[in-house]
Design a protein around this ligand. Structure first.
Ligand code: NOJ
Ligand code: CA
Length: 550
């Protein structure tokens, strides 16, 4: 399957569209909105997990890989959705969480019922050392990465995300075969592929040693749990098992996977994945303490931003690997609020990031709501829903000694809940998402910011997306064409050329809130500009321009 020319739209189902009046988004709700996605030009819908799950991490803790969560509907609803997608020329990409299962998964339940269960070797159960966890690894969501085994006094199991997500032991062939079975099951149904969750952490350092044991407290054992050589062997084996029988696309998500790692996971001819999701843009305002590092929140620079883009673009081109670009997803605050200006220049910054995302080398991922310029949402503590946010709030106080009010502010800036408020379809109650109090707060700005009013606006963001998507589909230069950075040292403007035999384009984006002058010959035809009266050698705040040079 050609993976380079696809437009992929991510749905986080719980907040997309409710159909049965319970305030929770569901599959039938998605079905009702397929025309909107088709109209936008979407090829593939990546569904964040819709499997059975106790929802400690909203679906990323799967208890049954072969069934649909009742909140989302039934398997018949899924089949109907897939059929309707296909009628519209679209496909579905499933989210495959293979690093861990929920502790409610039958395999893990078997482990908890029997200390000699053969399934214990599907996970990492280990004895402790001097009454302390088996090693000093920190969980991605704060605190120890180990959870106490209720069956045996000195035994623990590895949980690198929430304590309810139990890391699978990929050394065990049974685990590897079962993941292949899960993929076969969904491929037989006709899905188009998988987005593979934290796929670069499936292999762990043999022996699970402590990371810098001389250091006090829990440590981020990056070298021992990400990008181990064995992870490539596992992926090659998995893909090798399926690729002769099925035609499908694979999008790897790799926590902190750098260029070298991605060159391997997504290198052409390596028999691994089609593309890796690029993380670095979203790490630039994180400090050594991670995403919630209070010293760095939202502090980033345009030169830094540009250098990340250019490094990934030129390196992936040089070494022949493929990335998935995105400005928003369910794990990050809304990009307009974080990297743009969500007040005075909301529309302009939405368009700037959209044009960038849709013209870069790589496959663009578009996240629900960004096509209407949705923003962060202020949430009081009792409105937080995300495990990560709630847990980090505690960790910031206990481990980092932050006073409560600062810890609260930090969480309110970074929480993943920003991305998870309901999609704003219209200005009716609950933004047209539901007619029932939703499971999470609706952003109060829905009266102004919603699809219905955007569609009739002269400066429609949705229309801008449509236009950029249509151009991307018309000109192969945007997919497989060469990428050449321009104005590399400019302090405000991100600029580059995309070209192939058929056509050549120049993209100019002012990433700042002030006017930006530039000195560059820009002869050609302006195909898109976010201001109605483009000026030569000048871009107004967040102005984005696409010029066809040839
Ligand atoms: C990455 C997912 O995007 C995130 O939502 C999840 O919490 C972790 N992986 C763990 O599965
Ligand atoms: Ca519902």
């Amino acid at each position: 399957m050609d993976y380079k020319n696809k437009i992929i739209y991510q749905i986080w189902p719980r907040s997309f569209q409710d159909s049965n009046h319970d305030g929770i988004g569901d599959l039938k709700g998605i079905l009702r909105r397929l025309d909107h996605l088709q109209d936008l030009g979407v090829d593939l819908i990546w569904l964040s997990p819709v499997y059975c799950s106790p929802n400690t991490d909203y679906g990323y803790d799967i208890s049954d890989y072969y069934n649909i969560h009742p909140d989302f509907g039934t398997m018949a609803d899924f089949d109907a959705l897939l059929t309707e997608c296909k009628k519209r020329g679209m496909g579905i990409v499933m989210d495959l969480v293979a690093n861990h299962t929920s502790d409610q998964h039958p395999w893990f339940q078997a482990c908890l019922n029997d200390p000699n269960s053969p399934y214990r070797d599907c996970y990492y159960f280990r004895e402790d050392i001097n009454d302390k966890e088996p090693n000093n690894w920190i969980s991605m969501f704060g605190g120890s990465a180990w959870t106490k085994d209720p069956l045996k006094p000195r035994s623990w199991y590895l949980t690198t995300f929430t304590p309810h997500q139990c890391d699978l032991n990929w050394e065990n062939p049974r685990v590897r075969e079962e993941i292949a079975n899960v993929m076969r099951f969904w491929l037989d149904k006709g899905v188009s592929g998988f987005r593979m969750d934290v796929i670069n952490t499936i292999a762990k350092q043999p022996g699970l040693p402590s990371w810098h044991p001389e250091k006090k407290g829990y440590q981020f054992a990056k070298e021992f749990m990400t990008n181990l050589p064995q992870s490539h062997a596992y992926i090659q084996e998995l893909i090798g098992k399926l690729s002769n029988d099925y035609d499908f696309i694979t999008i790897g998500e790799g926590m902190m996977a750098d260029n070298d790692a991605c060159a391997l996971y997504a290198g052409e001819q390596r028999g691994e994945l089609n593309m890796m999701i690029m993380f670095d843009l979203h790490l630039q305002d994180c400090g050594p303490l991670g995403k919630y590092d209070f010293r760095k929140l939202y502090h980033w620079t345009i030169p830094g931003f540009k250098s990340i883009i250019f490094r990934w673009q030129t390196d992936s081109q040089k070494r022949n690997y493929w990335v998935a670009n995105y400005m928003n997803n369910h794990d990050q605050p809304r990009s307009i609020s974080r990297f743009g200006n969500d007040r005075q220049y909301r529309v302009e910054s939405a368009k700037a990031f959209a044009l960038m995302n849709l013209t870069l080398r790589g496959t663009p991922l578009v996240y629900q709501g960004e096509e209407i310029g949705m923003t962060n949402c202020h949430l009081e503590q009792d409105e937080w829903r995300d495990y990560e946010a709630i847990n980090i709030y505690g960790t910031l106080q206990t481990m980092m000694h932050l006073p409560k009010f600062i810890a609260k502010k930090v969480v309110q800036r970074m929480t993943r809940d920003h991305a998870r408020t309901p999609v704003q379809w219209d200005d009716s109650d609950y933004a047209g998402f539901s007619d029932h109090q939703p499971w999470i707060k609706v952003n109060p700005n829905y009266k102004q910011i919603n699809l219905k009013s955007d569609l009739v606006s002269e400066t429609s963001i949705n229309r801008w997306y449509k236009q950029a998507i249509a151009l991307r589909k018309t000109y192969s230069a945007f997919n497989t064409g060469a990428m050449k950075p321009v104005l590399v040292h400019h302090k405000q403007i991100l600029a580059y050329q995309r070209s192939d035999e058929q056509a050549e384009f120049l993209i100019l984006i002012n990433l700042s809130g002030s006017p930006a002058h530039f000195d560059l010959k820009t002869e050609g035809r302006i195909l898109m500009d976010s201001y109605t009266d483009p000026q030569p050698r000048l871009l107004r705040p967040y102005e984005a321009r696409l010029i066809q040079i040839r």
